[in-house]
Design a protein around this ligand. Structure first.
Ligand SMILES: [Zn+2]
Length: 60
């Protein structure tokens, strides 16, 4: 797992999320904010031991 700090798109607080990095490909996941408990949709691409792209939005 890879720890990534983001700003929650729902409550705008800084939170830490855990990303699964087993498959080196494009990933789209849903995580719950640890503070406001709303869902966040996270898209990322992991390759060569680093996050290449990361974007996230509130999940309606
Ligand atoms: Zn939040």
């Amino acid at each position: 797992m890879f720890k990534q700090n983001i700003q929650c798109p729902n409550c705008n607080k800084a939170i830490t999320i855990l990303l699964d990095i087993n498959n080196q490909t494009f990933n789209s996941i849903i995580r719950k904010c640890e503070l406001c408990f709303k869902s966040i949709e996270i898209d990322y691409y992991f390759e060569d031991n680093e996050i290449k792209t990361l974007s996230y939005n509130s999940k309606k």
